[in-house]
Design a protein around this ligand. Structure first.
Ligand code: EPS
Length: 388
């Protein structure tokens, strides 16, 4: 089974990711991983930390001249702002007035830490740099099967983007705009309103959340299963996305609006045409029915809460003196939704790569590809279904 672990603190020496289960024969390179890390490091709305960090990956194991050997692949991203190492005498101020909304208080109680900096260091979303590096490896696996992913920021605070349907035809057009946008939004007018909104929040000592969409093209029916609760594809995607710091909600397809509409307006009807075979005209289900991919684009929306570190600090208590005090404030992001969207895409890529490997198996890419091609032929012959 494809799985990964990360290690590392926000201001420690480095972040590390280890991914196990990548079959032999895949091309994996630092250039592609660094390109994803650069997208995550979007500076707008983020703290000055983003100007300090370089976020360059070093692949430590698992490859022979850029090709996977079937062994665990370890990646490392060095922290420039390393303050926890013994040889670094720049000690950080102890933290004892927990921030509402942060792991500070619950984490300190759990681990018996009086200094909540010990919580912050690992609860920090800096950890997600390692996830994006691992996700980039998963994207390289998916690329071999013509599966591509995207992410798009839909809202920041109260500013929302008009609905756009990213599809196979407009994919290159929109993903280019999104990658060039400082806020990962495809609509220019919305982008400038979002930038204003973040500037105003910064001036007011506030922070902002928002919503982003993630999706994958080139899907096939049959990933995930209804047979067990923990193997449903929508459940796996939901867990992976909710695990991103700050993400509090996920909606698969049009789940929220579907919950208020009658069934006849919700379900994606099934058609057949001699030329096209089986097809759908809509995809409100987000490409998953009964916990199984149905071959349509997989898409979901994720909702992020505002960052808990606020200049306009909230009420808290000093847990040494028990005196009421404003919550701790230090350098922090105002809005990290665009970065979170890149992390969401990485996590989606991980889940889909995991499911592809679970279904098609193989220790080597060519074994995997031949079983994948056999399945595509079977779908065409027996079910008149073709990937478009
Ligand atoms: C974070 C606080 C900020 C963020 C950090 C996440 O770091 P610092 O306290 O050093 O300014 O910039 O995110 C990253 C460093 C990153 O690479 O994403 C937090 O508390 O979660």
């Amino acid at each position: 089974m494809l799985r990964f672990l990360t290690a590392g603190e926000s201001h420690g020496k480095c972040l590390v990711g280890i991914i196990e289960g990548v079959p032999a024969g895949f091309n994996i390179n630092e250039v592609e991983i660094n390109a994803e890390l650069k997208k995550r490091k979007i500076a707008f709305g983020r703290s000055d930390r983003m100007q300090i960090e370089t976020d360059q990956v070093e692949i430590l194991s698992g490859l022979n001249h850029g090709v996977s050997m079937g062994t665990p692949i370890a990646v490392m991203i060095k922290n420039q702002d390393d303050r926890l190492s013994e040889d670094n005498d720049c000690l950080m101020e102890a933290l004892s007035s927990p921030r509402p909304g942060h792991a500070d208080l619950a984490g300190a109680m759990k681990y018996h830490h009086k200094d909540m900096r010990n919580i912050l260091e690992r609860a920090s979303a800096r950890e997600t740099a390692a996830r994006v590096a691992v996700g980039a490896i998963c994207k390289s696996i998916l690329k071999e099967f013509n599966v591509t992913t995207y992410s798009h920021v839909l809202s920041i605070g109260e500013v929302s983007c008009p609905m756009i349907n990213i599809n196979k035809e407009n994919f290159d057009f929109f993903t280019k705009i999104i990658d060039e946008s400082p806020i990962r939004c495809a609509i220019q007018d919305t982008e400038s309103d979002m930038l204003d909104m973040i500037n105003r929040a910064r001036e007011a000592g506030e922070s902002l959340g928002g919503c982003f969409e993630i999706g994958a093209f080139g899907m096939i029916p049959g990933l995930g299963t209804y047979s067990s609760w923990d193997k449903r594809l929508d459940a796996s995607i939901a867990q992976a996305i909710i695990s991103i710091p700050g993400i509090k909600g996920i909606e698969i397809g049009d789940a929220v609006i579907n919950s208020v509409s009658p069934g006849s307006a919700v379900h994606d009807q099934i058609y057949y045409d001699e030329g096209r075979g089986l097809y759908r005209q809509t995809n409100q289900a987000g490409g998953i029915e009964g916990g199984v991919s149905n071959g349509e684009k997989i898409w979901a929306r994720a909702y992020m809460k505002p960052i808990p570190t606020l200049k306009k600090a909230l009420n808290s208590v000093n847990t040494n003196s028990w005196v009421p005090e404003k919550a701790h404030y230090e350098r922090a992001d105002v809005c990290a939704v665009p970065s979170a969207s890149v992390i969401g895409e990485a996590m989606l890529a991980f889940v889909l790569a995991q499911e592809m490997l679970a279904k098609f198996g193989g220790d080597n890419m060519s074994e995997l590809k031949s079983s994948f091609d056999d399945y595509l032929s079977y779908l065409k012959k027996e079910w008149r279904w073709e990937r478009i």
